[in-house]
Design a binder for this molecule. Structure first.
Ligand code: SAH
Length: 370
């Protein structure tokens, strides 16, 4: 909503990048600094901030809340996983959920968050909602960090066309002293500290006007005592979930198994290919036949080292090529995916053709030229 308005006054004061992008960038920088796992955006509107945050690798749970279901639904499909997310599942897990409801009501789905953002939200709240807001966000949700941004009314005279408020839906706009006294009182009440900053610098000579968007960053003073605190907060669910996406992740055994099988076959194929090229090169020399020889490239060097140091040599016998699982497990990507050799064996069991003793991947090369 505020975005359109923004465009109107950029004629004279042109923020670069646009102010809404600066606000979102501010949150992204904060996420990169504090690395929260669970982030909720209250008054998320068209989910543009959530769309940006889903790329932050530390975040495992993202939630949005808005009182207007339609505005959330407009672009919520853009929060769904893309084909590439299925082709290359991420190592982290990520769940994105959108809820329809009001910040004036408590709902247990909002418990356990590390960071809660309220970007250009409070000025849209009616007085009774604004009164309840601190108890819901700071008292009930009680995340480690809360970020609240709101227009700074002292900047309004610098914005052409702004008569009373910047947006027709705004119920109020505070000057710096009003916002800061509300924020300090809220912080004091709920044991948070608060620091003030903003985005959208005033023009030279007008510094007293302050930032166009004023921001309060609240940090909880004392850690929460964990689960027990949450269980002391029984409340009925009042929000309606309108969207939920669970991203494919290697933490899910099903995706991990697929990734391991692909990587094992890929690694084994390369080793087989090298082995067979060498055989062609050295022909039937009984000393060198079927043996792997180190060569100039990294892969072969690495493999050569394994062969020499650990006796994990791939070999050809008749129409079969055998690539020891121990050799495959030594490759960093396979190793990182599986963690242990036992896990590797478990994940590929019945899915990859193995030698009779199960110690090597086996390929039949009867019909292969090379
Ligand atoms: N945060 C967004 C949009 C801010 S506009 C951004 O940065 O661009 C304010 C949003 O707050 C609107 O989408 C509006 O529907 C929502 N809103 C207003 N009152 C609300 C309430 N009581 N609870 C939750 N959301 C509310």
């Amino acid at each position: 909503m505020d975005k359109n308005f923004q465009e109107e006054f950029t004629q004279i004061i042109k923020f670069k990048p646009p102010l809404y992008k600066q606000r979102h960038q501010f949150i992204k920088d904060l996420v990169e600094k504090y690395r929260p796992k669970k982030v909720a955006d209250l008054g998320c509107a068209d989910c543009s901030l959530l769309r940006m945050l889903k790329f932050c690798s530390c975040i495992e749970v993202l939630a949005g809340l808005d009182i207007c279901a339609n505005v959330m639904k407009e672009k919520m499909h853009t929060l769904s996983p893309l084909p590439v997310d299925y082709l290359q599942p991420s190592e982290r897990s990520l769940t994105v959920t959108l809820h329809h409801g009001s910040v004036a009501h408590k709902d247990p789905c909002m418990l356990g968050f590390d960071l809660v953002t309220c970007i250009e939200l409070i000025e849209h709240l009616e007085e009774p909602e604004l009164k309840k807001f601190p108890e819901v966000v700071f008292g009930f949700m009680a995340p480690s960090i809360v970020v609240i941004s709101t227009p700074n009314s002292e900047f309004n005279p610098l914005l052409p066309g702004v008569m009373l408020y910047r947006h027709p839906d705004h119920k109020f706009e505070w000057n710096q002293a009003q916002f800061q006294s509300w924020a300090l009182e809220t912080a004091r009440c709920y044991d948070y500290s608060v620091e003030f900053t903003g985005v959208g610098h005033p023009p030279t000579g007008m510094e007293k006007a302050g930032f166009c968007t004023q921001i309060g960053v609240f940090v909880r003073k004392y850690p929460q005592a964990g689960e027990s605190v949450q269980s002391e907060k029984p409340t009925e669910a009042v929000y309606k979930t309108v969207f939920k996406a669970v991203y494919p992740s290697l933490k899910d055994e099903k995706y991990l198994q697929n990734a391991v099988i692909s990587e094992v076959i890929f690694t084994a194929q390369i080793i087989k290919h090298r082995l067979m090229s060498k055989r062609e090169e050295y022909g039937d020399d009984p000393e060198r036949k079927s043996k792997f020889q180190p060569s100039m490239d990294c892969f072969s060097d690495y493999l050569g080292k394994l062969v020499v140091e650990k006796n994990m040599e791939p070999f050809i016998s008749g129409n079969e090529v055998y690539i020891p699982l121990a050799t495959i497990f030594s490759f960093p990507k396979v190793n990182r995916l599986c963690g242990t050799f036992e896990k590797l064996c478990k994940l590929i069991a019945g899915k990859v053709t193995l030698s009779s003793d199960g110690s090597a991947v086996m390929f039949n090369i009867e019909n292969e030229e090379n």
